[in-house]
Design a protein around this ligand. Structure first.
Ligand code: SF4
Ligand code: SF4
Length: 253
């Protein structure tokens, strides 16, 4: 039997904040517990509001630092993941938009179904179950993809992630990100070895070293600010920084 070649992507651990280390408990509580106690699902709109508000100021920072599902993928499933390349389909704009529209259509159709129960004691339970079931679906589908492909496969097309990018664009247009948006930043360009390790450890399979902007920041809107590239860079020349000031003179790397 032919041996599978090692993956280009490296499975690397990173430091977790106490909040992010245990945020996965919320996923289990809502996704599984919500099937028995549907009112738990009513926590989800608050989580959605928090992540959308965060993205106005900090892009997809939520995904790498607070997201309960992200915590589930990173904390529990990483050891089991095959850590392979995420198929191009899951990164395609058309697919990402399709998933967002399908998600919204599905949610709207289910809301209409429970509308009849409005004003009855059952209404909030039925509403909660919609959100709890959605949470469970992400836990199951995202979890399966995390194991058979890569930990953050789901995050490439997650409807909440896409909505965060839209809010981020709005935040940038309104200037809300100016003081709060911290991006991966190349602090000492001359010391970059072009080793590509920042790309090999990136759970979103991005390529920071090839895409720094004029002021040496990584502007990719899919970046979840997870710090893994920063912690893994051999010469330790990356940081998460806000650099809305004049661009330094760019020298060749
Ligand atoms: S890991 Fe660091 S040294 Fe290597 S390419 Fe990325 S920024 Fe440059
Ligand atoms: S570029 Fe760095 S901070 Fe951004 S998602 Fe990839 S590893 Fe995380």
């Amino acid at each position: 039997m032919s041996k599978q070649p090692p993956s280009y992507y490296l499975k690397t651990s990173r430091a977790f904040s106490p909040l992010y280390k245990y945020a996965w408990l919320l996923t289990v509580l809502i996704g599984i517990g919500g099937q028995l106690f549907p009112l738990l699902g009513l926590l989800v709109p608050f989580i959605m509001a928090a992540l959308l508000a965060t993205s106005l100021f900090k892009g997809k920072y939520w995904c790498g630092n607070y997201c309960p599902h992200g915590s589930f993928f990173d904390n529990l499933l990483k050891p089991l993941s095959r850590h392979l390349k995420v198929p191009q389909l899951f990164r395609a704009k058309a697919f990402i938009i399709f998933v967002l529209l399908f998600f919204m259509y599905n949610l709207a159709a289910r809301f209409i179904n429970v509308y009849d129960a409005m004003g009855t004691g059952e209404f909030y339970e039925k509403l909660g179950l919609i959100f709890a079931s959605t949470y469970l679906m992400v836990l199951l589908v995202g979890g399966l993809l995390a194991v058979i492909i890569n930990t953050r496969t789901w995050c490439h097309f997650c409807p909440m992630g896409t909505m965060q990018i839209l809010m981020y664009k709005l935040g940038k247009a309104l200037g809300l990100t100016n003081k709060t948006d911290k991006k991966v930043t190349l602090e000492q360009p001359d010391l970059c070895r072009s080793c590509g390790k920042c790309a090999r450890v990136c759970p979103m399979q991005l390529t920071p070293h090839q895409n720094f902007s004029e002021n040496y920041q990584f502007d990719d809107e899919q970046c979840i600010r997870c710090h893994i590239c920063i912690e893994s860079c051999p010469p330790a020349i990356l940081s998460l920084a806000n650099r809305v000031k004049e661009a330094p003179h760019r020298e060749s790397i």
